[in-house]
Design a protein around this ligand. Sequence first.
Ligand code: PGA
Length: 261
Amino acid sequence: MPRKAASKKRDVIVTGNWKMYKTIGEAKQFIENLAAQIQESQVKICLAVPFTALFPAAQLTKHLNTSIEIGAQNMNDATEGAFTGEIAAKMLKDAGASFVIVGHSERRHLFHETSAFINRKVKRALKDGLTPLVCVGETLEERKAGRTEEVLERQLTESLEGVDLSLVQIGYEPVWAIGTGVVATPSEAELAHLFCRKVLEKVGGKKEGSVPPILYGGSVKSENAKELIAQSAVDGFLVGGASLEPKSFYEIIQIAGTKVL
Ligand code: PGA
């Protein structure tokens, strides 16, 4: 998903992260339902589905001729090998994924993934033809201690070392807002996104088009999406809980669409 030239409007992206929810049948039903509603949408709509639903979901989007992109939620950094239970980028690509979430806070915290490991995954994803959606975000303790910027800078710099930034997307997800119902205020989100942009400009050497889209994630719902998308540095959303129902997900897409028009 290469970025457009700087003079053009930035893409608005809404990505659903289904986490460990939905069987194949449920995934197909959701996609059929959503595809019927989004025909006119200018928003780039993506769904990060469970591994088992990847192939059928990608086949279905092709069959329905819908622009919904299908991706995965995680991958290993190796091309292949004796890594029981892991999955390779080329397997995701082969199953029909166009993107992959890398470094989600649940992976960083529950599965102890480091930024160095995430950096290797980002490079592998790009080599094997997937767009990495790289997530960063501070914990509540870090925010309270005034360390938000330090944490974001470190995560971005280490996760994206040696990477062509025009080929990635960023998810800013404050850990304290994920799945908690506590959303960042619009100005907290804006300030964090502006800071991420500044760091990304530095990492990307200020090349034109080098600052990738930055999606906000963490308790996004139709009730709070309007104020968040109105912020200049918010390019879209990464939606967990509210992406599980076509109705709530579609409402968020419609709200995000107001930024495109
Ligand atoms: P949430 O999850 O919308 O349920 O807070 C967001 C995410 O984890 O990507």
